[in-house]
Design a protein. Sequence first.
Length: 670
Amino acid sequence: MTPKTLNQPWPKHGGAPEAPTDQVFRALRGRDQAVAPDGTHEKILRLRDAYHFFHWHLEFPEVFSVPESGVGVQLGTGWSGGFDAVVGNPPWERVKLQEQEFFAQRNPDIAEAKNAAARKRLIVELRDAPEGARLYTEFEDAKRRAEGESHFLRTSARFPLTGRGDINTYAVFTETDRSLTGPQGRTGVIVPTGIATDATTQYFFKDLVERGALSSLFEFGNEDKLFAAVKDYVRFCLLTMKGQGNPDAPISMVAKVRQVAQIADRSYTLTARDILRVNPNTGTCPIFSSRRDADITLGIYRRMPVLIDESNKAGGNPWGISFMAMFHMSNDSHLFRPAAQKGETFEDLLRAGWALDGSVLTRGEERLLPLYEAKMMHHYDHRFSTYEDATEKQLNERTLPRFTTERHQDAIAVPLPRYWVPEQDAPTGEVNKDGKPIRVPGVRSRLAAKEWDQEWLLGWRDICRASDERTMINFIFPRAGAPDGTLLMLPREGQVAALSACLSSFVLDFATRQKVGGTHLKFFTVRQLPVIAPEQVTPHSEFINLRALELVYTSTDMAGFARDLGDTSAPFRWDPVRRAVIRAELDALFFRLYGITREDTEYILDTFNGVRDNDIKAHGEYRTKNLILAEYDRMAATGLTLENPLTEGESGTYRSTLTPPPGHGPRHPA
């Protein structure tokens, strides 16, 4: 069967019942039962029972009318009218069949396979195994049903705003509830916060905002187990919609509460214009914990542009950025070495003639580059953690051993990845119609397709939460492989050191946390972060470049980045004390450039509970905050603003407390 027929409920094979044509359908409406054979009637009844077809205007003719004149008919539904009140708690399920969930109870070995490629191989083996054929058929039936439902949701025109992307049932139910609401009616649903913040639902939520149909959004955390079967970190909301509305009307908002009783004390209002100022591309909803958070963030967006403004085709991308997800952990896993689906180990690679050169595996002219997973890196540190000596417990908990201070002080020490990927294009063993070998692009070709020839990459962690120690965790790392959890931005304009320093700052992270409602930081969110423009930051670039250079260039594999900043000397020594002061200087600078008052700077730093708690545990004080505020005060005394940069040196307005000053710190021997 073709993919097209898989999406059709009527079977198309030899001996299948005769399909009802339009002519047959019209005759059946006229009660002419003889127009179709018994097999067709039986199949229609089976489909009715299997799919539970339901038509609102037929079930509730007193609520929905379909006038012959067409007067008052909604374009999307074909009816007029609607309910005065709609209340729902729809299911929260992905429509796409999840293989791991399907096999979790039926065949745990398949569910627990090391990766997607290994899992698919085990599924195929079921088909040819006598004891597995029945389970394979059950899986194929479930897959066909899921694909059919997905096809209907995407192509029926019933769900124009939510029938796209990785569809979740809560989204299409919410769109249905809205369509059932009369012009003067109200709708209230309990759904994940993603209805207001996620990429797949952005069109639905933006339509609500622009039409003034959003009445209120009250967001909850599940730490108090309001939903016992839902994990603590899942966030959900009470979403209230109006049949008709005014875009200028205030919208009642509450975020991050745990109990209904907290709503009255934590509520505030936003307007559609506020929401569209913060998220102009998508119209998705920022998640503010308080009115103060909203005021600070809205102030930032009045002073700073979004990273990429899609409405401004000429100048809306001042950094010249393109985005990239290089390798997919599931779909590209067949390219990874060691090949887990074949049971290959790192030792097998060494026995096959591969040799480790730094973090690169080489064999003759072949090169396998390390796959830098996001958890291996952190701000200004591409050697944050390593798979070397990782225990089974750590791997199960998805944590890794940290690179120690001693290892960081070795300029040639590198983290060990879990996988390597080919630098050159890899053969597939297949040929095209001309008999030429078909090859899969390696790292070199994938980056060349993006016209990227630098020896370094700029990326960030996709997996994150607003409640984590830090949320926007970006890093510069050597040219290598990157999975889809390590998302890449490739800037072609401006100073990359300034861009990375801005993305690493607390003020930018505070704004990011107002946008992350789930566990991901995707491209659509990053496009709308308030990132200082190249022309705004250029007067401050010398101050930033010297500090970013000393922070990033601590190992020989970052020499390419150093050369791009005009530095050809040996790497800097890793000095935790100097690094803390340098980072504080950069954070204080960006607080000033973003126009944040000292009082609000102190408030913002107090919202980073994880940083505070770790500092107190390690230093007996909130050292990060104290260092930043001290530098903020020193910079304020110089009159630093966006337009009035600091000058350093003997006769300058600012002098670092470090000796030697940043960018001139101790280095490794040449």
